[in-house]
Write a protein that binds this ligand. Sequence first.
Ligand SMILES: [Zn+2]
Ligand SMILES: [Zn+2]
Length: 257
Amino acid sequence: MKIRILGAHSSETEGQRMASLLVDGILALDAGGLTSSLSLLEQQKVRAILLTHHHFDHTRDLVTLGANGAVFPNPVDVYAFSHTLDIVNSCLLDGKMYADFSKWPSEEKPFLRLNAIEPFQRQNIQGYDVYPVPLQHAVPCLGFQVTSKDGKSLFYTGDTGPGLKECWQQVSPQLLMIEVSGINRSQDFLRSVGHLSAGLLKEELMQFRQIKGYLPRIIVIHIPPPFQKDVEQEVKEISRELGIDIDIGYEDMEITL
Ligand SMILES: [Zn+2]
Ligand SMILES: [Zn+2]
């Protein structure tokens, strides 16, 4: 399994894109930085997109992918909570700001095919075993454990705050891609809106180790560009305290499992 980070941030600047990962070139997790990072040919190869939740930094490029879709040979399947799809439909693909690519070129055969999924309903998507698990964000959010045919597995949280005990009981990934969305000083605010600081992440990882008896490889993403340096420093501190390596994800980083 080859994972490429398309966007490792919660906002964007030159060279920093919004939340999005690509597995083996065909399965995207979130769509915040999908089209800004991929050539037209690479975009054509994306066959399915899993959306963790509806926030703009995770869904935005559905619109620009749709706009390029006129020349693509295949439709793209989008999977998410029905709540997420409802908001994407009414706000992002509303047919007012731009074309509604979930009804284009026709309602019968749209370019973006929206598929509702439920937590804990395991399903095969493009040959991967996908297991959605609910997280602790301000709005309904699913994390995805994606397992390849040869048993390699990744768990991607999308956005989450603390309180992941039940989630950890459900998953056993080799790679955990998890968010840190601010600095320790803002910990109370981050907790209240369903995000993690490095300090909060440390507590969650301690719990993971206690429940599962191991820690997977960990990569931190969803970093706010204005706090990049501080988050890097604070993640370094918790990795020292936990006695493990924690990587900071960056755009176009490739990980092979
Ligand atoms: Zn986000
Ligand atoms: Zn969010």
